[in-house]
Design a binder for this molecule. Structure first.
Ligand SMILES: [Zn+2]
Ligand SMILES: [Zn+2]
Length: 146
């Protein structure tokens, strides 16, 4: 923790997708699955995975697939925290439909600062589940600021 790891918004979406597949659902992440989910061709996926591997966020083996490294896991959890806290806001405050909240959160989660996310988190008393019952990872800084 504490290390600044930069990933582009697109790379961030790959990281969170991989986290959900690999860690939360225990499935192997292949180029084919990524290509299908992101509606791009396998060559594009390979390119992004190679970039993520250079940043040591992903371990990528051609023909086998890809897995998040420890750094990748930390980064994905940070992004998913933002995503899921935004979902809580949209559903609880705006009474927005959970599925649409997820869609909208995906468009902006990457751009929200940790500070903003923590402010929302405190407003809702540090929720640990998002509207679709996925874990919201806690941020020690958030609880420290109370
Ligand atoms: Zn979501
Ligand atoms: Zn919190």
């Amino acid at each position: 923790m504490g290390v600044k790891i930069s990933a582009t918004p697109k790379e961030g979406r790959y990281l969170t997708f991989m986290y959900r597949q690999q860690i939360e659902e225990g499935r192997r992440v292949t180029t084919t699955i990524l290509a299908k989910s992101f509606k791009v061709n396998p060559a594009t996926v390979t390119e992004i995975l190679q970039k993520l591997a250079e940043k040591k966020l992903v371990e990528y083996t051609r023909y086998y697939g890809a897995g998040l490294t420890e750094r990748g896991v930390v980064k994905a959890q940070k992004l998913l925290r933002k995503h899921r806290i935004l979902e809580v806001l949209f559903v609880k405050f705006l009474r927005y439909d959970a599925e649409k909240a997820c869609e909208e959160a995906s468009k902006i989660d990457y751009y929200c600062s940790e500070d903003l996310i923590n402010a929302i988190c405190r407003t809702y008393e540090h929720p640990n589940r998002c509207p679709c019952n996925k874990i919201i990872f806690s941020d020690p800084k958030c609880r420290g600021q109370q």
